[in-house]
Design a protein around this ligand. Structure first.
Ligand code: PGA
Length: 254
């Protein structure tokens, strides 16, 4: 059985002070929820203070990006070696990185390998844009992204996949649970081909894109979906805690 995971992607929001306050508001409520892995991903500058605030807590910390080199003349970049002492996770291949900053699958796969080599866990994002969706190319696009982003990645022990249709991100128009589950099943079959059935069954696949507390069950209750990557709603304590609660309810004995 795969442990559900709910990750909050705070994106480029919150000063350090605001980040600490946001965490403070959520932490006791998040800590009280059992059986769900909880991750918050603040901006880089908030990682060190939040790491201190989370010492001994049952909430993990993630970064939103990293470079693949360990150190050197790469102005403005942050390496996985720098992140590893501060956080457990790093989000890679997010559609905003791909679309706004021109990251391609080859770059994403180098980052995935580097992050894993430094002991980080990776939330690897894939998803089709609106034109691709409307052209019925969803499966093609996500299969290609997944295969190429996992190029030369030897194992998936510390990899989580997030299916995030670009047209659903920040739009208030999520995919349906059925659509998301169908894509998750497709992704799992790709993993089966690449890594074998056991690894594919163990690997968690999240849905992301306009998840809020009110619609979270539609996704986390799907058999192929193991949690959510949450943007906007992760900045609102009631929403984020509500989503984590929905993932916990899925586990409760019926
Ligand atoms: P959203 O963002 O929840 O605001 O749609 C999701 C994401 O970008 O990870």
């Amino acid at each position: 059985m795969r442990t559900p995971l709910i990750a909050g992607n705070w994106k480029m929001n919150c000063s350090v002070e605001e980040a600490l306050r946001l965490l403070d508001e959520m932490l006791p409520r998040l800590s009280a929820i059992q059986g769900v892995e909880k991750v918050v991903c603040p901006p880089f500058v908030a990682l060190a203070p939040l790491a201190r605030a989370l010492e001994g807590a049952d909430v993990k910390l993630g970064a939103q990006n990293c470079y693949f080199e360990p150190k050197g003349a790469f102005t403005g970049e942050i390496s996985p070696a720098m992140l590893a002492p501060l956080c457990q996770y790093v989000i890679l291949g997010h559609s905003e990185r791909r679309a706004i900053f021109g990251e391609d699958d080859a770059l994403v796969s180098r980052k995935v390998r580097a992050a894993l080599a430094h002991g980080l866990s990776v939330i690897l994002c894939v998803g089709e844009n609106l034109a691709e969706h409307q052209a019925g190319r969803t499966a093609d696009v996500v299969i290609n992204q997944l295969q190429a982003s996992l190029e030369d990645v030897l194992g998936l022990d510390r990899v989580v996949i997030a299916y995030e249709p670009v047209w659903a991100i920040g739009t208030g128009q999520p995919a349906t649970g059925h659509q998301a589950n169908h894509v998750a099943a497709t992704l799992r079959s790709v993993l089966r081909g690449l890594y074998g059935p056991e690894t594919a069954e163990r690997t968690r696949i999240l849905y992301g894109g306009s998840v809020i507390a009110a619609n979270a069950s539609e996704f986390v209750d799907q058999p192929e979906i193991d949690g959510a990557l949450v943007g906007g709603a992760s900045l609102k304590p009631d929403e984020f805690v509500g989503i984590v609660n929905k993932a916990a309810v899925r586990l409760a004995p019926q």
